[in-house]
Design a protein around this ligand. Structure first.
Ligand SMILES: [Zn+2]
Length: 185
């Protein structure tokens, strides 16, 4: 689930298979959101969220997705989405504290949103944006930061999509070879 290389990109991946097949919502409840936030490493303690907070997270997620995908398609930024990102990023970031020598991040949902908005602005406002890709998996729509040396990464992850794509390619080639054989008889 955390293959994007940036929390903001990982957030967009919580709505899976967007335009390629039936969209699947991973943040179906406030509890899902709290768990996602902890698993992402953004916070080390549960974040309190209610339904309104969850709706705000989804709204932020879609603004991030629209902006990033728009940039990838060389479209102008949607001003409403930029305004939402700017306003969200203006809230205080997450609290950091060293406890027993270990860095702990915590905070409210508003602070979590701020962290995600700030992360998005860092990507949009820097050369990192030229490295954002959409997975080439057949139905996967995950976004990720391609940090490979030659910028040639094609899938969000080998295990999730790369192996699947290679297996499909192999099957297609075998089928083509088989058909070719049949035609020559
Ligand atoms: Zn993928």
């Amino acid at each position: 689930m955390f293959v994007g290389g940036r929390p903001a990109l990982d957030l967009t991946g919580t709505l899976m298979y967007r335009h390629r097949s039936a969209p699947t919502e991973l943040l179906a409840s406030a509890a899902d959101l709290s768990e996602w936030a902890q698993q992402s490493g953004l916070v080390h303690e549960p974040v309190t969220a209610n339904r309104t907070g969850l709706a705000q997270t989804r709204e932020l997620r879609e603004a991030i997705y629209t902006l990033v995908l728009g940039r990838m398609s060389h479209l102008p930024d949607s001003q409403a989405d930029v305004d939402l990102l700017n306003a969200t990023a203006a809230a205080p970031p997450l609290d950091l504290a060293l406890r027993d020598g270990v860095l702990q991040r915590s905070g409210s949902l508003r602070q979590l949103h701020s962290a995600l908005a700030r992360d998005t602005l860092e990507v949009l406002g820097s050369p990192l944006m030229t490295r954002v890709r959409e997975c080439a998996g057949s139905d996967c729509t995950r976004l990720y930061l391609d940090t490979s040396r030659n910028a040639t990464r094609r899938w969000c992850g080998m295990r999730q999509c790369g192996d699947k794509a290679k297996a499909a390619h192999y099957r297609a080639r075998r089928k083509a070879a088989h058909l070719g054989h049949d035609e020559t008889r």
